[in-house]
Design a protein around this ligand. Sequence first.
Ligand code: BG6
Length: 493
Amino acid sequence: MSDGREASLPCTFVIFGATGNLATNKLLPALYHLEAAARLSESLSIIAFSRRPWNDDEWRNHMREVLAEKIKGAPGTPVFERFVARFRYQQGDLNDVASYQALADRLPPAEACSSTVFYLAIKPSEFGAVIHNLEAVGLNKPRGLNRVVIEKPFGEDIESARMLNQLLHEHFDEEQVFRIDHFLGKETVQNLLVFRFANTLIEPLWNRNFIDHVQITVAESIGIEKRADYYDRAGALRDMLQNHLMQLLTVVAMEPPPALEADALHDEKVKVLRSIRPIAKRAVHAHAVRAQYARGMIDGANVPGYQQEEKVEPNSITETFVAAKFYIDNWRWRGVPFYLRTGKRMQRQTSMIALRFRHPPQQLFRETPLESIDPNWILLSIQPDESMRMEIHVKQPGLDMDTRLMQMNASFLKTDEQTLDAYETLLLDVIEGDRSLFLRFDEVEWAWRVVDPILKNWTVEREYIPTYPAGSWGPAEANRLFDSDDQTWRNEL
Ligand code: BG6
C-alpha cells in the first residue's frame, strides 16, 4: 500500500456492540480475514466498545475464546496475535455521553489521524442515541471524513426510517453515512451483474417475453439464536424481506446502469422499486403470507418452537417466515410475478434466485412419449454454495423421443478458490471509502413503501398466525400466492 493512500485511510475503527451477535459472528472473523490477507493498514487500530467491565487484556482473551470456534486454527498464530494486538477495549454505556467522551479521549488527535469509522453493530432502537452522543462529543467531525456504518433494518417502517435519516443528516454529511445490506457484498449477487450484462446470450432473454416468473428464496435452518429482544419486535418482514430480499429483487430486475458507480447503480435500483405495483389494502392477503415456526426437527435433533425460545413473548405473533408476491409494472417485467420467501428454521440453509422460463410450444412433440416439456430454469445459488446453472433439455439416447434434463453449470469458483465473506468485501469498502455497495436513502425509503401495506395490515391483524414445523419448507399457505397451477416453490438447485 502506498504511503499516500495509507495516509487517507481511517486510523481507528470503532465497533459499538462489540460483544454482540453480529460482531462475534461476522465482523471480527471478517476483519481477521482482512488481516490475514494483509488488507488492513499497519496503522489501523480497532476499539471494541461494549458494556462489560473489561480492560484491554480481558477483551483480547474474549476474542481468543470466541474466535477459536469461528476461525479454527487461527488463534495462537502470529497473524492472529497481530490482529488481536490491534484491539483496545472501551467500556461504556450507549446512552451515556460520558462514555463517548472517554472514547474520544482514546482516539488520536485529528492532526495525527485522517478519520475514524464508527460501526453500529447494535439494535436499531439504539441507533438514535449513538448518533446524538457522537455529535455531542464532536465525533461527527471532521465532517465528510469520519464515517458511520448503520446496519439494517434502517428504521422499523417508512416514518421511522425518515426520522432516522433526518437525524443522521443533522449531524453527518451523506458521504459519511454507510447504510449496509450485507447481501450486496455476496459474490453471487455481484456476479449477477456480470452474468446479466457481460453475456450477450443472457440479456435478450431476461424479460417478460421469455420469463414466466422469478423466485427468490432465503431459507435458514438456524432459529433466532439469542436475538429475541430484537427479533420479536422485527420479524422476518423487517429483518430480511424489506432489505436483503428486496435488494436481490432489484439486482435481478434492474436495467443496465451506464457505469458501475454508486449513483448510477442506485438510480437503476430505485427505478425498479418505484415500478413495483403498490399492494392495495384489500389485496394484502393475496400478496403476502406470514407464519411462525413450531417445534420440529433439524438435522435429526429436536428444536423448540419460536414461542419456546428464550425471551420471546409467550403469545408472540411475530412472523419467522414471510412469502410475498410483487409485480414490477415496467416494459421489461409487466405481468411477471416475483415470488419472495424467507424463513428461519427451515429444512436447510439455501439462498437462491430461480428464474423459470415460459413453456415451449408443445405442438411439435404431440405424437411422441413426451406429454409436456418442463420449462427451462436459470438458478443462481447464493448459499451455501455459490453457483449458476441453466437447465436445458436434451434427447435421451435411444429409439424413443424422450428427453433428459441437463444442468449447464456456469459456476465461477475454481476448485482451489475460496469466496470472500460478504462482510470482508464491505468492511474493506468502508475503510477505503467506496460507497457503491451501500444503500442510498431513497432505496431504503422505496423498499419501505413497497412493504408498508403488508406491515400495516399485519400490525392490525394480531389474533392469529399460522405455524410450520421447524425443519420444513414453510407453511402450505405459501402456495396460495402462485398465479397458476404449474408454479411451485423450487427448493432444490
Ligand atoms: C441478517 C439477519 O441481516 O442476515 C439475520 O438479521 C440473518 O436474521 C442473516 O440470519 C443472514 O445472513 P447470512 O449472510 O448469514 O445468510
